[in-house]
Design a protein around this ligand. Structure first.
Ligand code: PMP
Length: 406
């Protein structure tokens, strides 16, 4: 079909992966067994490529709440909150999120992607400015495209560049909305949020949005994310997040102290024009949020597992991200190497992810892994051993016993 000719070269590459029987972008599990195990083409695989940070997807209490709410209130709401009404659970979850983050207001979206689409397009109008970290997630870029604000990008994790951009905009009319992430999903690096907050404070009419999608339940004394860990929650005007990672479900949210917040419910198109989350999802998320708060041991296990994998892969000679994190990516020399390495690991029973540009920074080809609190240390060690074997076989790391040059 001629409409697809613009995708011809991509389609050829995709076909090649399909024909090789190893397409990382088209994996279909026969069944999923637990937060850490699944069956793929009849083979049991260890899952090292999810965002199931706290391993709550199979928690019995979370499941029980989902089942009960589904039995009581049905499978779906069949419409949007503004047109078809909210259920009690939507309000309860918004209040629970606001209370957890010590904020006055909370708003729930049907996905984290939509939370960013909605918040960014609504917060910054046509006379305002969105100032985005260059490595922002696609949902942040898409949110910028959905709205009418002027968009400025600053160098990834550079407070100096942010300061430069804001200085240039100082006498330009309009509000400035800075958007950064807690943990970046590709390399697992954190934002220098203390420094960003200091830059923000030095400019008037400037607001800070932090997407804590990968850091909620992971960082901070109470798991509230990077802003809590960095001690700058008071400088963050809007926290955006998702239910699809540490909370093990689906959905997104924003919490804030901003006066007049509720007007967003009638101006935010990705909130207004889509069906609200089903009762079962809401009830499961409420329970998962409760567990996140009452079981700090999960966060400790996650951190231990993250450090174990990061240090293990670094010691083998893989190029990993700049700091330990539940997202542990290894840099591959090329997309082809990433595909081959991914297929080799999967063949041995280890499921990971391939991440390529434009999703990755600096045009990197990445073999992305992520750990869960539900992994046992033995599972992590087994994964490291598989990386070692495959890495040596493919010449990506030095042979066993070889001394590194530095
Ligand atoms: N923000 C960031 C930083 C993300 O990495 C993601 C998902 N990977 C999202 C938002 C979107 O979240 P969801 O999957 O809930 O739509």
């Amino acid at each position: 079909m001629s409409l697809f000719t613009k995708f011809a070269s991509l389609a050829a590459q995709y076909r090649q992966l399909e024909e090789a029987g190893a397409n990382p972008f088209n994996v279909s599990f026969d069944s999923v067994l637990s937060p850490t195990e699944a069956v793929l083409k009849g083979q049991k695989v260890l899952l090292l490529g999810t965002n199931n940070y706290l391993g709550l997807t199979y928690d019995p209490a979370v499941i029980a709440k989902a089942v009960k709410a589904t039995e009581l209130y049905g499978t779906g709401t069949t419409g949007s909150r503004i047109a078809n009404g909210s259920y009690a659970g939507h309000k309860e979850l918004e209040q629970a999120l606001a209370a957890y983050f010590n904020r006055k207001h909370g708003m729930v979206f049907s996905t984290g992607y939509q939370a960013n689409l909605g918040m960014l397009s609504a917060l910054a109008g046509k006379d305002d400015h969105l100032i985005l970290d260059a490595d922002s997630h696609a949902s942040i870029y898409d949110g910028a495209r959905l709205g009418y604000a002027q968009v400025t990008r600053f160098r990834h994790n550079s407070p100096e560049d942010l300061d430069n951009r804001l200085r240039r905009l100082k006498d330009v009319p309009g509000d400035k909305v800075i958007v950064v992430e807690g943990i970046y999903s590709m390399l697992g690096d954190t934002a220098p949020l203390k420094e960003f907050a200091a830059v923000k404070r030095s400019y008037p009419d400037t607001y800070l949005v932090v997407d804590e999608a990968h850091s909620m339940g992971v960082l901070g004394e109470n798991g509230r994310g990077l802003a809590e860990a960095a001690g700058v929650e008071a400088d963050v005007d809007f926290v955006v997040g998702t239910f699809s990672k540490s909370l093990g479900g689906v959905g997104g949210f924003c919490v804030s102290d901003a006066e007049g917040f509720d007007i967003l419910r009638v101006v935010t198109r990705p909130y207004m024009f889509t069906a609200s989350l089903p009762p079962g999802v809401i009830a499961a998320t409420l329970e998962a949020l409760h567990q996140l708060q009452t079981r700090p041991v999960l966060r400790r296990q996650l951190t231990e597992n993250a450090n174990r994998l990061y240090n293990g892969l670094a010691a083998l000679g893989f190029t990993v991200g700049p700091e330990p994190s539940p997202v542990v990516s290894t840099v591959m020399p090329s997309p082809e190497a990433a595909f081959a390495f991914w297929a080799r690991l999967l063949h041995g029973g280890l499921y990971t992810n391939v991440s390529l540009p434009p999703a990755t920074p600096k045009g990197l080809a990445l073999l992305r892994s992520s750990v869960s609190a539900a992994h046992t240390p033995a599972q992590i060690d087994h994964a490291i051993e598989m990386f070692a074997e495959a890495g040596r076989e493919m010449g990506l790391i030095p042979a066993a016993g070889a001394k590194s040059q530095d």
